[in-house]
Design a protein around this ligand. Structure first.
Ligand code: ASP
Length: 292
């Protein structure tokens, strides 16, 4: 049984096949590919897009879904996470989709379940389905052009972002030229190019990926205020001007802190395309992992 914990669980060839398969689903169509399959979602952290996107993907493929209401589950009565997962697994699901605030939880659970474990975000570690939908969105935009050598700036709280981690692994493997843009306290140790100034990269990139400040993972507030942060790192329409750049963000967007209102309304901003593409990518992932 195969699991999806990190983007590097798939080879480049497998990812290209996934992207093609995602495209083949088209939009708003229902299939019977996963008829008779059952999937459980287990979200210990809030989610708007990922959880509903998985649910829609499951329904479009004809499978059944059960959501465990974690707040009312026995983990609140002292049951260990592994025991919770093993008990759910004993009911015979084909996959369990897990989000947890602690890095490493999906990997641990995958050692105890027959079901495929799909990581829907674990702490600051990884968010593979987000990175795959980001790659899909970039590839769709640059239709037919080589991805190798495309220049991307990842901007924001990179150190605490699982989206950044997964994208750095994936985009690096696909030959992207990556620059990290953040204040010093948000930069991880890295061998990639880094800068603290958006003005330095805006003429040298094809894609800007903005990230939310991950306040839930900060033990202390390490910047003056979000407004101060925004004055240096908000991606604005004024900054981008008429340049041929696309803007990505995994959501939730802090309006006028991560990206300004004017740019959010601009067709170069692909935030809602990312959300739509997320359904197709998750359909392709579910099919790849459990359709047999
Ligand atoms: N939705 C993404 C995540 O779950 C990004 C974020 O929360 O900022 O990691």
């Amino acid at each position: 049984m195969s699991h999806l914990i990190r983007t590097d669980d798939f080879t480049k060839e497998e990812i290209l096949a996934l992207l093609d398969d995602a495209k083949s689903f088209g939009s708003k169509k229902f299939f019977t590919t996963l008829k008779d399959k059952l999937i459980i979602t287990l979200f210990f952290e809030n989610s708007t897009r990922t959880k509903s996107s998985f649910e829609i993907a499951i329904k479009r493929l004809g499978a059944q879904v059960v959501h465990l209401d974690v707040a009312k589950s026995s983990t609140k009565k002292g049951e260990t996470l592994v025991d919770t997962a093993m008990n759910l697994d004993a009911m015979g699901p084909d996959a369990i989709i897990v989000r947890h605030q602690n890095a490493g939880v999906p990997k641990i659970l995958s050692k105890h379940t027959k079901a495929s474990i799909i990581n829907a975000g674990d702490g600051a570690h990884a968010h593979p389905t987000q990175a795959l939908l980001d790659l899909y969105t970039i590839r769709e935009h640059f239709q037919g052009q080589a991805l190798e050598g495309k220049r991307i700036a990842i901007v924001g709280d990179i150190k605490n972002s699982r989206v950044a981690n997964s994208n750095i692994e994936l985009l690096h493997r696909f030959g992207f030229d990556i620059t990290l843009v953040a204040p010093p306290q948000f930069l991880p140790h890295t061998t990639l190019k880094t800068t603290h100034k958006l003005e330095e990269i805006v003429d040298k990139v094809d894609v800007i990926m903005s990230l939310r400040t991950q306040t839930e993972r900060h033990s202390t507030q390490n910047y003056a205020s979000l407004k101060d942060y925004a004055s240096d790192f908000c991606i604005t329409k004024k900054l981008v001007g008429d340049r041929d750049i696309i803007i990505l963000h995994p959501g939730p967007v802090h309006r006028n802190i991560d990206i300004d209102d004017a740019l959010l309304d601009d067709p170069r901003c692909k935030v809602l395309d990312q959300v739509s593409n997320g359904v197709n990518i998750r359909m392709a992932i579910l099919k790849r992992l459990i359709a047999h």
